[in-house]
Ligand binder design. Structure first.
Ligand code: 2PG
Ligand code: MG
Length: 425
């Protein structure tokens, strides 16, 4: 029997992401409402991520997603028409079985995720509730600490910094809105510092809206950021620092060594280097310190620094519960990055957050370096009380779309919300 949440139509199209490459946008329609969503795309991808289906050929330099779009408009549409958007898990399971592969390579994780996200939105609109409340109903929500990527390196920028992301984390704020203000102030101070110390080319920005100054050394980037925090009037405890090394990108598989800051380092030397940086800059978070298969190296650094520092696994887990279980068994990390498109459905992402919680890990909901204006992850982080949200600098439309949505959510929730900062500092 048709109800207000029965799917009447599903349609996808090809749109552009923030790097100007094609991506999938889907619309799911019920008799009450339409939900629309679009999927992001990474640059420094984990080897074990669900497959992003690209067309190949000449259009868009092979990056077209018309095959994924056709899969939505064909197989997925036929399989899902008549089902209810209220049953997110059921819809996702149906798509997983229609695909039938481990990594969603037949239909494409980009096709499946677009429909999964659009269904959640259609459910929220059909039921007249906000997306976060549709994802998880609660009397009280916790809003995440923004992790703002203010200096970009690695594969996200045209400079020589090997470390991919230098992040500020305003844990000392009393609300998400205040955290966003603090982050914006530090970002603007950093702009002035980089301009006066390194000239105009230093204020060009990278893929995630952070500055991409012509620096070479990890330390130099952190020194500039620390200066920006203090000239903005904040203490080191109010705005903590973090890095995402994305170290698979500077790992030399042949020799098992890492190329960083003009040196070739062994695993042990690199661990010492992180420990030094942690002590000097009080790093609260270190993401992907080692390449994505190095479970033991992760475990060693977590044992050494994990008391005061969140060691975050991104490429090593790829939001995949089977990979996470290996990490839990081996005490590889004490935190995880959560990305919808690494696994490819909303309910599997929810499952990964649940498993992280059970393991006692800190959970960070994250964007990709190629994003769209869709603020879905602001709702995801709110719904499941993520400790942090990592969604770029407080600049560029596709990044601020998420921060601005958090401002709206905080306003909507009024007294029914708290800010996660105090638990994390
Ligand atoms: C990361 C992400 C997001 P990408 O490594 O954490 O910042 O980068 O989307 O390029 O994988
Ligand atoms: Mg990462």
């Amino acid at each position: 029997m048709a109800t207000k949440t029965t799917i009447l139509e599903i349609k996808a199209r090809q749109v552009l992401d923030s790097r100007g490459n094609p991506t999938v946008e889907a619309e799911v329609t019920t008799s009450k409402a339409m939900g629309r969503a679009s999927v992001p795309s990474g640059a420094s991808k984990g080897k074990h991520e669900a497959l992003e289906l690209r067309d190949g050929g000449e259009e868009f330099h092979g990056k077209g997603v018309m095959k994924a779009v056709a899969n939505v408009n064909g197989v997925l549409r036929r399989g899902l028409l008549g089902l209810s958007v209220d049953d997110q898990r059921g819809l996702d399971q149906k798509m997983i079985s229609l695909d039938g592969t481990q990594d969603k390579r037949r239909l494409g994780a980009n096709a499946i995720l677009a429909v999964s996200m659009a269904s959640a939105r259609a459910a929220a609109s059909s039921n007249g509730v906000s997306l976060f409340a549709q994802l998880r109903k609660s009397d009280r929500y916790t809003l995440p600490v923004p992790m703002m990527n203010v200096i970009n390196g690695g594969e996200h920028a045209g400079n020589n910094l090997a470390i991919q992301e230098f992040l500020i984390e305003p844990v000392g704020a009393s609300s998400c809105a205040e955290a966003i203000r603090m982050g914006s102030e530090v970002y603007q101070s950093l702009r002035s510092i980089l301009l006066s110390e390194h000239g105009r080319s230093a204020i060009n920005i990278g893929d995630e809206g952070g500055f991409a100054p012509p620096l070479r050394l990890t330390r130099d980037a952190l020194v500039s950021i620390r200066k920006a925090v203090s000239t903005s009037g904040y203490g080191e405890k109010d705005v903590r620092l973090g890095v995402d090394a994305a170290s698979s990108t500077f790992y030399d598989e042949k020799n098992g060594s890492y190329k960083l800051d003009g040196k070739t380092m062994s695993e042990a030397a690199l661990e010492d280097y992180y420990a030094q940086l942690r002590d000097e800059f009080g790093l609260l978070t270190i993401e992907d310190p080692f390449q994505e298969e190095a479970f033991e190296a992760f475990a060693s650094i977590t044992k050494r620094l994990g008391g005061k520092t969140k060691v975050i696994g991104d490429d090593i887990y790829v939001t995949n519960m089977a990979r996470m279980r290996l990490g839990i068994e081996g005490n590889a990390t004490n935190a995880i990055l959560i990305k919808l498109n690494q696994i490819g459905t909303v309910s599997e992402t929810e499952g990964a957050i649940g498993l992280a919680r059970k393991a006692g890990w800190t959970a960070i909901v994250s964007h990709r370096s190629g994003e769209t204006e869709d603020p879905f992850i602001a709702h995801l982080a709110t719904a499941f009380a993520a400790d942090f949200i990592k969604t770029g600098a407080p600049a560029r439309g596709e990044r601020v779309a998420k921060y601005n949505e958090l401002l709206r959510i905080e306003e909507e929730l009024e007294s029914k919300v708290r800010y996660a900062g105090k638990d994390l500092g």
